[in-house]
Design a protein around this ligand. Structure first.
Ligand code: SF4
Length: 179
């Protein structure tokens, strides 16, 4: 049997969605029999590889590194899953959007609420975008997996059919509710 090439991607999110992935507990052993985890913060792989079958993308697009990574993910992935409310709606990272620009966010974080600090420049941190964007507003998304975080049951309900070559169809409040 051909093994599924699985990736998980961490953009602007708290990593809670990845923690929920680990809540799959013993099913992770079943999963490990069927997939190769080719890119993930859990595997500390640096370069997103070509030929990925399924990618779970946690978090919104908040900086320029996210922008270039999500475009690469889209180019190299057959099924891109918006994984969790931050990826789907912007959620918590997008709370800064009413400020309108990145500058007041940086000023508040690095100058007004810190002593003697300065806004980092150069290549130290990737430049923030003025607006935090959900994934589907930047690249096409194949599947939405809501929740903050999505619980393990939902994650399994999406991954199981994909492993068998079927499209997942989430329905019912337990599987599609936000939050
Ligand atoms: S959806 Fe919730 S758990 Fe997932 S990254 Fe966002 S804030 Fe964290």
């Amino acid at each position: 049997m051909t093994r599924i090439q699985l990736a998980t991607v961490w953009l602007s999110g708290c990593s809670g969605c990845h923690m929920s992935f680990l809540d799959l507990d013993e099913w992770l052993f079943d999963l490990a029999q069927q997939v190769d985890l080719v890119y993930s913060p859990l595997a500390d792989v640096k370069t997103y590889p070509p030929g990925v079958d399924v990618a779970l993308v946690e978090g919104a697009i908040a900086n320029r590194d996210h922008l270039s990574l999500i475009r690469q993910v889209r180019d190299r992935t057959q099924c891109l899953i918006s994984f969790g409310d931050c990826a789907i709606t912007g959620n918590v990272p997008a709370l800064r959007n009413p400020l309108g620009r990145a500058d007041p966010v940086l000023t508040r974080a690095y100058l007004e609420t810190a002593d003697g600090a300065q806004i980092p420049g150069g290549d130290l941190v990737p430049p923030l975008l003025d607006t935090v964007m959900p994934v589907h507003t930047v690249v096409p998304v194949d599947c939405y997996l809501p929740g903050c975080p999505p619980n393990a049951e939902r994650i399994r309900a999406v991954l199981k059919p994909l492993l068998q070559g079927d499209r997942p169809a989430l329905s019912g409040a337990e599987l599609i509710r936000f939050g």
